[in-house]
Ligand binder design. Structure first.
Ligand code: ADP
Ligand code: ZN
Length: 744
């Protein structure tokens, strides 16, 4: 399915045929006739008939000519070519690559590249008004109000009637009357103005020697215009952002587009501010919270090259950049880069592929690199650029474990005496503290004291989480929500439902009890819902309007709070309970990142981690501040078990409405599974089927199989052969997760 140059024209006489890929789950591109009066090229966005509908697709190459080709009489014609820049060849190859790698139909991947259907309509022109030339018609009085509008229209750019009226402080009817009388003249402006241009020539801050060395290296990579991958590895606050801004500046100077990917767009407000300060103009944003209009404008700006720097979440990777010359993946270790629904892909890994296809450098930045990237740096596939010190000599905080077995919190409370003492001290000094608990809501479980019944989601095998502020019980897996009941739904007992365990809301009750005068703020994804809320939160903390922040992982990343000197991790063991491949790694990364929030300026910080298992390797490495030892131990362990990145994993998730149907499908998969030796699969092993930990999700019963294979193996071919042997009937579904991160 490689595209061919559009110039390889048809044999003389026959009508030209082109392949058009539609953004639909079809098995490939379809052939259409290209009438001579409608010249189309590979990459063009076109309208074609499909059954009784019309669909927008992309010309993917020349059509089939062979004996199997569709008869000319049945060939339908391309109907319209949109007046848009074509989807560049490299973007088309990327769609094919991702489709092949993730075992999805290419059309489904293409859909991610054209997610904005309104972008295909021409932008609506804007009508604006300026001063007309003529004299007032007979009997038209130039009242003071009218004169004020005319006065304003004389100066400045053409504006809408509403705007002119607003500026003049008069009603819109006044302006309308002037337009009707010909005193104001209408002009038509193009529908959108190009985004403001960030300036690559503006100087950045003076860099330290280490920063300068890393920045020089990155700049040379961008200027060379060749593929390379660099891991920018430095503790929080070491200036990684300043350094990769230099690479962005180099791309701007070279006239290339740059993409910066951030894991959580809700948290980018401070980042956007910094960018604008550095480059004099904001970047173009790409994420799910844009308005429909902004989305459309930004998609077009990425595609016509006027968006010089795009900052976005995963899906920004699929924008139709004509001229991309740099990708930066910030917080590259972050699990949020893995998309778990629809096309299951890891945006960091696909970004590396995109850079490779495009022949330009990629920069992966992190204070706690993923084991994958770390191993790639060790083996020389990536270069490691190291920033060893915090900027301005700020010290990394001291991390201490609090053994919860020796320092028990009171019953139904979660703060141990040493953590309370530290909080008291911090507040007494007028400094700020952060309590970290990665659990939204009030309590993770509600239990009936009379009969032992646990409140579960009716559609998922998961407990309902109480959110007391809004009096709801919520399922964090499917979004199901009900009013918190007064009586037990199982035995009917009244007043016996008890909250078990803490969430951030409950912790804030405890804190309010202990420190009634402290200003406390709870930060979780349900209170920080977007860039605006995040920006307001950062402002409030920075301006010391908050004494104690209680937050989930949303507070773990990337903020600088100069007066925050104490971080308390309420449940350091929480991340370790998942028991999956990356539980230790993820937990270490998260706790290390949280720890990095403390003491960023001159004030030294302190981090206290409550744990029931201080001897755990993650705790030991954390307290020793020895990231590299931790990574080395993890790597050795993974290597021994042929686990990623030393071996490969693919998860198959079988689901169906009926549990027996899910079981039968999963067992059929197991029966035909490739085995060592058979199917060319040396070193291949299939585990399962087993019930998924999340046995029921949105009413579907789930089973899992796990394929283990050697690192270099072409698992895609293996899987295609395997899956082709198993009929998947009725509502059953088999989802393929290449390089799985979630094992739920
Ligand atoms: P990281 O991305 O590694 O966490 P940042 O780039 O965010 O680090 O830098 C941490 C803080 O130090 C930021 O406020 C940043 O503006 C500041 N900083 C870093 N390097 C410099 C420098 N060379 N000159 C001035 N300020 C710097
Ligand atoms: Zn649910």
């Amino acid at each position: 399915m490689q595209s061919r140059p559009a110039s390889s024209g048809p044999a003389s006489g026959a009508k030209r045929r082109v392949k058009v890929l539609l953004p639909l789950p079809l098995d490939g591109a379809y052939d259409y006739g290209a009438p001579p009066e409608l010249p189309v090229e590979a990459g063009d966005f076109v309208l074609v008939p499909l059954g009784r509908r019309e669909e927008i697709g992309v010309v993917w190459g020349e059509g089939d000519r062979g004996p199997a080709a569709i008869a000319e009489s049945r060939l339908k014609d391309v109907q319209h070519r949109f007046d848009l820049p074509p989807l560049p060849e490299v973007a088309r190859r990327f769609v094919d690559w991702v489709a092949h790698y993730t075992l999805n139909p290419p059309g489904v991947v293409l859909r991610m590249a054209m997610s904005v259907s309104a972008a295909f309509e021409p932008p609506r022109p804007i009508v604006a008004y300026r001063l007309g030339g003529g004299l007032p018609p007979e009997g038209f009085k130039l009242t003071p109000q009218r004169l004020r509008v005319l006065e304003l229209a004389k100066a400045g750019p053409p504006r809408s009637l509403v705007e002119l009226a607003r500026e003049a402080g008069v009603g819109t009817t006044v302006a309308r009357a002037l337009a009707d009388a010909g005193m104001l003249e209408a002009v038509t402006l193009p529908g959108s103005l190009p985004p403001a241009m960030p300036d690559g020539l503006r100087p950045g801050p003076a860099l330290s020697a280490d920063q300068q060395a890393a920045a020089d290296d990155l700049r040379a990579r961008v200027e060379s215009g060749k593929y390379s991958a660099a891991l920018l590895d430095g503790v929080t606050g070491s200036g990684k952002t300043e350094v990769y801004f230099e690479a962005v500046a180099a791309a701007l100077r070279a006239g290339r587009q740059a993409l910066v990917m951030l894991p959580e767009i809700a948290l980018t407000a401070p980042w956007l501010g910094r960018f604008e300060q550095r480059f004099g103009a904001p970047p173009v944003e790409w994420h799910s919270e844009l308005s429909a209009k902004q989305r459309r404008l930004n998609w077009r700006a990425a595609g016509d090259g006027s968006a010089k720097v795009v900052v976005g979440a995963r899906s920004a990777l699929f924008l139709p950049y004509p001229n991309l010359g740099l990708i930066v993946v910030d917080e590259e270790h972050d699990g949020a880069f893995k998309q778990e629904e629809g096309v299951i892909y890891h945006a960091r890994d696909m970004a590396v592929v995109r850079a490779h296809l495009g022949g330009f450098p990629i920069v992966l930045s992190s204070a706690t690199p993923s084991l994958e990237s770390s191993v790639n740096a060790d083996t020389g596939r990536y270069s490691r650029l190291h920033l060893p010190a915090r900027h301005g000599g700020a010290e990394l905080p001291k991390i201490e474990a609090i053994d919860l077995r020796r320092h028990r919190p009171p019953s139904q409370r979660w703060l141990s005496p040493p953590l309370r003492d530290a909080l008291t001290e911090t507040l007494a000094q007028g400094e700020q503290a952060m309590l970290f608990l990665n659990r939204r809501g009030y309590a993770p479980l509600t239990l009936c004291r009379a009969c032992g019944h646990r409140l579960e989601c009716p559609r998922c095998s998961a407990w309902l989480v109480e959110h007391r502020l809004i009096r709801q019980l919520q399922c964090h897996h499917c979004g199901y929500a009900v009013k918190a009941p007064e009586t037990c739904p199982a035995c009917g007992a009244a007043g016996e439902l008890a909250a078990c365990g803490p969430g951030v809301e409950r912790l804030s009750e405890e804190v309010a009890e202990l420190y009634p005068k402290a200003r406390v703020s709870v930060m979780a994804s349900d209170t920080i819902t977007g860039p605006l809320a995040a920006g307001e939160f950062v402002r409030a903390v920075t301006e010391r309007e908050i004494d104690i922040v209680i937050g989930t992982q949303i507070v773990a990343k990337g903020h600088h709070f100069p007066f925050l000197t104490l971080v308390g991790v309420v449940d350091g063991d929480l991340g370790l309970s998942g028991g999956d491949l990356r539980a230790a790694e993820r937990s270490f990364q998260l706790l290390y990142q949280v720890a990095g929030r403390a003491g960023r300026a001159e004030r030294p910080g302190r981090v206290l981690v409550q744990t029931a298992d201080p001897a755990h390797p993650v705790m030991q490495a954390l307290v020793a501040g020895d990231r590299d030892r931790f990574l080395a131990a993890e790597a050795a362990d993974r290597k021994r078990h042929h686990m990623p990145p030393f071996g490969r994993l693919v998860a198959l998730i079988v689901s169906a409405g009926d549990p027996a149907h899910a079981d039968a499908t999963a067992r059929a998969l197991a029966r035909t599974a490739p085995r060592g030796g058979a199917l060319g699969g040396d070193g291949v092993e299939v585990l399962g089927p087993s019930e998924a930990p999340l046995r029921l999700l949105r009413g579907r019963h789930r089973r899992r199989l796990l394929l283990k294979a050697p690192r270099g193996m072409d698992v895609q071919s293996l899987l295609l052969d395997w899956l082709a042997q198993v009929p998947v009937t009725g509502d059953a579904r088999v989802q393929v997760d290449i390089d799985p991160y979630s094992f739920m």
